[in-house]
Design a protein around this ligand. Structure first.
Ligand code: MOS
Length: 750
């Protein structure tokens, strides 16, 4: 059937999610959807102070409530060991202290006990009945950040790092003598991840084997942390994560509820489920830390940068060392001979911060791109022009070329699609339908690399293909991507491809983080397919009486699901299923493996994605009404495997950027240290009514340095830069420079 042979590659085509039907029919199982005979429910008891000590924990009344199995605290939870970081992405967690390890409370909401009962309601009633007495000290949740006294090299969650991140030339001297100077400080607030799915762990023990049904972005890291915490060999721990209702970074590494669920299940000999409440999500599963960033720019009067200094401070927890790397993009984004990027950190009585979509780069680019926009206004240069003037030819921080950088094309396409040339720079100079119409823009960038990955492909005698990889789909479309890659190589249509993810019994796959899952799995899946095809072709030539009996495997090829003699062309191919059936082989298998490029100390190329956002905001000064009315984003992320899902990623990220610019902030009560707006009524995220028409465009320059298909990643870059573009527009509207997010109406009335 010639049409099957000519079936074109699914790569680069708008492709519906292959897991869509499972999700819309409710068959997709998330971590809290698993039920087992005898399942018990755990509800943690949260500290109601942020600094001090537990002096008394009275559980007697709670224990007497109906259907309560146990109230766990340090003296009855059993041993929970500490985990330590291992090789690569192993043993990582932001909050290292095992739950209940001591009586000291270091942040509001820290778990002090766990109530376990036959029903969730009974467990909640019991948790609420536990009486805790504290010796309370005043918490430090001070919002003004001054760097603590720390050494030049500091520990972070993922290894140690120098506080002087990048340096070239003489930044201070060049700044002092620069004809045009800008010296401003930008502040981003604490932000809390609010994925739809609450964090959840369902823990099941069978003898000394532990299985966790877990909402995680990294099953293999979760396995290594939990194996350490329970003193088990890794093969005794299995993590299953079939579906995740998003994470935005909050589910990258395990949190304290995971080990509590596992420990409670061990003590009671029954499966235990712990679902973190929305309120707890503001306390115990991470947040983006507050940042305070001083940016100094020096330029010639023509707009050429001569000096860039970026000094920032972010908060961290009392015990842990999470570092928000706001300087990640500063050293390579623009051409500037003199540069210095350095940071400090300030400990606060808060739960540990963690990665949140575009960690570091997102708050960092808000500061540096805002400074670029302010500099453009100072110089009376168009902000797009200022960026073009300072576009680098290579990565000046490392002295190496970019693997693929098309920022200028992004700016050109973005300006064109948006109509930027019609902009008039004077404040409030543009009107439409009685509204003040204002525009702003910013650049964005995000790192590109690969994590190690392994995958297995089966070609089966019913003409189907199975692709397996121990990564997970956090809602971004990984199931679909893997099916596309397998289909590209085998020519089998997507509906005949089964994708298995989210189980540590599968070949080790990458974390769903850093926007790197897709780039990481491509080489492993392609190599696995090659091996499976090799095995198929050997089977074809070694089957007596088969159509290819007298051929060598090298003479043959597979295309469109059919095996054919290369010299004859694909016209007379035989379906591979037929070859397997004739040989009485149910399946041929191939394993593929690819190496990490992440953290390579001597890279040949500097690999990043690039892009820009153009935003339109309308402003009604009479009623102080500010709306984002239009966004055009152009992203250069290499080859886009699935533009439909890709645009969806960028649109979602832009909506999150609107929230970052205008709404999102977690407020800590200075008296109690509690995150006080810890619910979705008081913590405002952008919703449909706040979301304008968003146009997401992709350039199509495959980055073959990263993988054969040339795909980088698109999960995070769409959020970077949006807030800076919006605050530039706000200035264009009102003449007010807002340098502390989110923009509040009060700022604009001043
Ligand atoms: Mo992303 S913050 O690496 O989930």
């Amino acid at each position: 059937m010639p049409q099957q042979i000519s079936e074109t590659s699914p790569i680069g085509r708008d492709t519906q999610r292959v897991d869509g039907p499972l999700k819309v029919t409710g068959k997709a199982q998330y971590a809290s959807d698993y039920h087992f005979p005898g399942l018990l429910y755990g509800v943690p008891v949260e500290a109601t102070i942020a600094n001090g000590k537990v002096t008394k924990l009275d559980t007697a009344a709670a224990e007497k409530l109906p259907n309560v199995r146990a109230i766990f605290r340090r003296d009855n939870i059993g041993k929970i060991f500490r985990s330590v970081p291992g090789e690569g992405f192993e043993g990582i967690c932001d909050e290292r202290r095992p739950p209940f390890e001591d009586d000291t409370i270091r942040y509001y909401g820290q778990y002090v006990a766990l109530a376990v009962a036959d029903t969730f309601e009974a467990a909640k009633a019991a948790a609420d009945t536990v009486r805790v007495t504290y010796a309370t000290e005043k918490p430090n949740v001070e919002t003004d950040l001054k760097a603590d006294d720390e050494p030049d090299v500091v520990p972070t969650t993922v290894g140690s790092t120098p506080r002087l991140q990048s340096k070239r030339g003489d930044a201070e001297g060049a700044f002092a003598s620069a004809p045009v100077k800008l010296d401003e400080t930008y502040v981003t607030p604490t932000e809390t991840h609010n994925p739809l799915e609450l964090h959840a762990t369902t823990a099941v023990w069978e003898d000394s084997k532990l299985t966790l049904y877990e909402s995680t972005q990294s099953i293999f890291n979760t396995r290594s942390v939990l194996a350490q915490m329970f003193g088990l060999p890794q093969e005794n721990v299995r993590i299953i994560t079939k579906f995740v209702g998003s994470g935005f970074g909050s589910k990258l590494w395990p949190w304290t509820h995971c080990s509590l669920a596992a420990a409670a299940a061990r003590q009671l000999g029954k499966p235990v489920k712990v679902v973190v409440s929305r309120k707890m999500m503001f306390q115990t599963v991470g947040h983006r830390p507050r940042t305070q960033q001083r940016v100094r720019l020096g330029a010639t009067s023509e707009g050429k940068l001569v000096s860039l200094q970026h000094d920032y401070v972010c908060h961290q927890a009392i015990l842990d060392n999470y570092h928000e790397d706001c300087g990640e993009t500063t050293a390579f984004l623009y051409s500037v001979p003199n540069l210095r990027v350095a940071f400090g950190r300030a400990r606060r009585n808060v739960g540990s911060p963690t990665s949140m979509r575009g960690p570091g780069a997102v708050p960092g680019l808000y500061a540096t791109e805002s400074a670029m926009n302010e500099l453009a206004d100072k110089l009376r240069i168009d902000p797009v022009q200022l960026r073009i003037l300072n576009e680098p030819k290579l990565d000046e921080s490392l002295g190496i070329p970019f693997s693929s950088r098309h920022m200028l094309e992004c700016l050109q396409l973005g300006s064109e699609k948006f109509g930027w040339s019609k902009r008039t720079p004077e404040v409030a100079s543009m009107k439409r339908d009685g509204l003040t119409l204002v525009w702003g823009m910013a650049n964005c960038t995000w790192m590109a690399a690969r994590f190690p990955a392994e995958a297995t492909i089966h070609l089966r005698d019913d003409g189907t293909v199975r692709v397996a990889c121990g990564t997970q789909d956090i809602g971004t479309g990984t199931y679909t991507n893997l099916a596309q890659i397998a289909s590209e190589k085998t020519g089998v249509s997507l509906d005949k491809i089964e994708v298995a993810l989210g189980d540590t019994s599968l070949p080790a796959g990458p974390i769903s983080g850093g926007s790197m899952a897709t780039a990481s799995v491509i080489p492993a899946v392609l190599a696995a397919a090659d091996r499976a095809i090799g095995s198929l072709l050997s089977t074809a030539t070694s089957t007596p009486g088969g159509p290819f009996e007298r051929r060598k495997p090298d003479d043959l090829a597979l295309q469109g699901g059919r095996v054919f003699v290369k010299a004859d062309g694909p016209g007379n191919g035989v379906p591979f299923a037929e070859i397997l059936r004739r040989a009485n082989v149910r399946l041929v298998a191939g394993n593929g493996k690819s190496e990490s490029t992440f953290g390579n100390p001597k890279p040949k190329f500097s690999s990043h994605s690039f892009g820009c956002h153009f935003v339109e905001v309308t402003w009604q000064p009479e009623i102080a009404r500010l709306r984002v009315s239009r966004v055009v984003s152009v992203i250069d992320a290499g080859r886009i495997l699935n533009p439909l899902a890709g645009r969806n990623q960028v649109e979602g990220a832009v909506v999150m950027g609107i929230g970052m610019a205008l709404f999102e902030h977690t407020s800590y009560d200075p008296q109690t240290g509690a995150p006080i707006n810890s619910n979705l009524a008081d913590y405002i995220v952008a919703v449909n009514a706040d979301s304008p028409r968003i146009e997401a465009h992709f350039l199509d320059f495959p980055d073959k340095e990263l993988n054969e298909l040339g795909a980088r990643g698109i999960g995070e870059i769409g959020l970077a830069g949006v807030a800076g573009a919006i605050t530039a527009a706000v200035h264009h509207a009102t003449g007010v420079r807002v340098r502390e997010l989110p923009v509040r109406i009060e700022d604009l009335l001043a």
